[in-house]
Design a protein around this ligand. Structure first.
Ligand code: IDC
Length: 515
């Protein structure tokens, strides 16, 4: 039995749209593109008794009726698994892309309606994962009040029409059997509350780990109790099961899968630590037909810290996108560690801006958003580390400025003839664009900011930015020859006359299109 009547949600906009089309014949309005993706079963024929348009109902020419945009969940409805692929209600393959909370009892406050809406509308995010820790001091076992936070976020996701993964985040508890009774209690309650919504996805054990924890001896017996408990209340929504060795051993699950419908298997990677050998495991599992869900990935090290590994992450994301495998980035947090998507200060009641994002956060945004406009690196200099030494500086006098940043609390400050230089391979990219804001502290007409790029052998001038009062923000296009260069770097030089003059630089990023 279908527990959610999609028609009740989609019918209103289908009707409004039909009326707009009837009322304004030939006005050139076409349905939004997404409607093509509407499962055929959902598109109701225009009712034969559609009322005649009356003058009252005709919108004024200068105030057109806004077209309601259907949400992802309205468009795709009830998800299910076919073979190894996640598909929508109409059977079309669907890829979910999104982010995970960090430990939700501590960082759930960041996950507001506004933040989720921003990511839905600006990042094309269609899934959010709630990582509810189990054994931790703030976890469910000792702190059942975390339920309030969790249900608040699920409600936001339902209101926004995105999918939501409820993750039972085992970690130091090693085997999911340790708190199996708590898990049965928790998932029974969640499925009773939300099982009727197609939004909810259950992830029943984040990362089983420890040498003694096995698929056969621990994870399967656990799943055999938790899955039936969920199915009592929710016969059809997706359930993700963790795999051994921190959800890496999908090959083991592929040799001995569970006997239930609509079950997927978790695979987690951190691009700074994991590469081809883990993709080989995934390849094997896929060849056996195992449905895989990457419910956690990081662009940093598996410790959750370290820099952003752009190239390695790109390789992973490309691999997943080509196979329509869903992915969820770790994590929507402000914790000072490489994995965090957000910078320390963020207004959770206002739309999320790029300036609020860390380097890894910007990378995650564009991994979620799709092919165009990948950010190769980005720095607002807020971390005061010159990104783990990734910037090369002319000397120690190239430093931070706190008096007059462009945005945030800091800008980079470059002394006379000093430079800041950043290396990154541009091999898989084209249409490189350097974005920056610059200003002069002191200075006079004739002073310039020089932009050069390095091709592995020599520096090649790109442009000279003139002296100006106040901050100037702009994009500098790099020549085609700068694309596809392994030893690429870009250099920003303060070519000024007086010794006391400094060039301030802020909001620097290099954007490109993936080839
Ligand atoms: C890390 C977090 C960190 C948290 C810690 C738990 O980044 O803030 O305090 O774990 O002690 C995982 C886990 C995830 C880890 C993450 C990075 O699912 O909880 O978060 N990681 O280490 N698996 C592989 C990596």
């Amino acid at each position: 039995m279908k527990r959610y009547d999609l028609m009740t949600k989609t019918l209103p906009w289908v009707l409004i749209l039909s009326m707009v089309l009837i009322i304004l014949p030939g006005c050139g309005k076409t349905p939004p593109e997404q409607i093509i993706a509407t499962p055929p079963s959902e598109v109701s024929p225009t009712p034969s008794g559609t009322p005649e348009a009356t003058p009252d109902a005709t919108p004024e020419p200068d105030s057109p009726t806004p077209e309601p945009v259907p949400t992802v969940v309205e468009l795709n409805g009830q998800l299910r698994v076919e073979g190894s692929q996640l598909v929508n209600e109409a059977g079309q393959p669907i890829q979910l892309r999104g982010v995970s909370s960090s430990e939700v009892a501590s960082f759930g406050y960041l996950v507001t309606y506004e933040m989720l809406k921003s990511m839905r509308d600006d990042w094309n995010l269609n899934v959010f994962r709630i990582a509810m820790y189990t054994e931790d001091a703030t976890g469910y076992v000792r702190n059942p009040r975390v339920m309030e936070i969790v249900t608040g976020i699920i409600d936001h996701c339902i209101d926004l029409g995105i999918y939501v993964i409820m993750d039972w985040h085992i970690l130091y508890d090693n085997t999911p059997l340790k708190y199996k009774d708590h898990a049965v209690e928790f998932f029974s309650e969640i499925s009773a509350l939300y099982g009727e919504h197609p939004n909810i996805i259950y992830e029943i054990c984040n990362e089983p780990n420890g040498r003694d924890t096995t698929w056969e001896g621990h994870i399967k017996p656990y799943a055999d109790e938790v899955i039936p408990a969920i199915r009592k209340n929710d016969p059809d929504n997706i359930i993700i099961v963790g795999t051994p060795t921190w959800s890496q051993d999908v090959d083991i699950a592929a040799d001995d899968p569970l006997p239930y419908d609509n079950v997927m298997y978790a695979f987690h990677f951190y691009a700074g630590s994991h590469g081809q050998s883990l993709r080989d495991k995934m390849e094997y599992a896929l060849s056996k037909g195992l449905p895989i869900f990457v419910s956690e990935w990081g662009s940093c090290l598996n410790t959750g810290d370290g820099p952003t590994f752009h190239e390695e992450s790109m390789e992973w994301i490309k691999y997943l996108d080509e196979r329509m495998i869903s992915h969820v980035n770790w994590s929507f947090s402000v914790k000072p560690e490489g994995a965090s998507i957000l910078r320390a200060k963020v207004n959770t009641k206002a739309p999320l801006r790029d300036i609020d994002l860390t380097e890894g956060g910007l990378f995650a945004k564009y991994a979620i958003k799709g092919k165009k406009d990948t950010v190769l690196f980005a720095d607002g200099f807020e971390t005061k580390t010159f990104y783990h030494g990734k910037w090369k500086r002319s000397n120690e006098s190239t430093t931070y400025e706190t008096e007059n940043p462009y945005k945030g609390d800091y800008a980079a400050s470059i002394g006379r003839d000093g430079f800041l230089e950043r290396a990154v391979s541009t091999v898989p990219y084209e249409n490189l664009k350097l974005h920056l804001a610059y200003a002069f502290d002191g200075g006079k007409p004739g002073d310039i900011v020089k932009i050069d790029w390095f091709n592995g052998t020599e520096y090649i001038p790109v442009t000279e930015l003139p002296f100006a009062d106040g901050w100037t923000e702009l994009d500098v296009e790099l020549p085609d020859s700068a694309s596809g260069v392994r030893d690429f770097s870009v250099r920003i030089t303060a070519a000024v006359t007086d010794e006391g003059t400094r060039v301030l630089v802020d909001e620097v990023w290099l954007a490109a299109d993936k080839k």
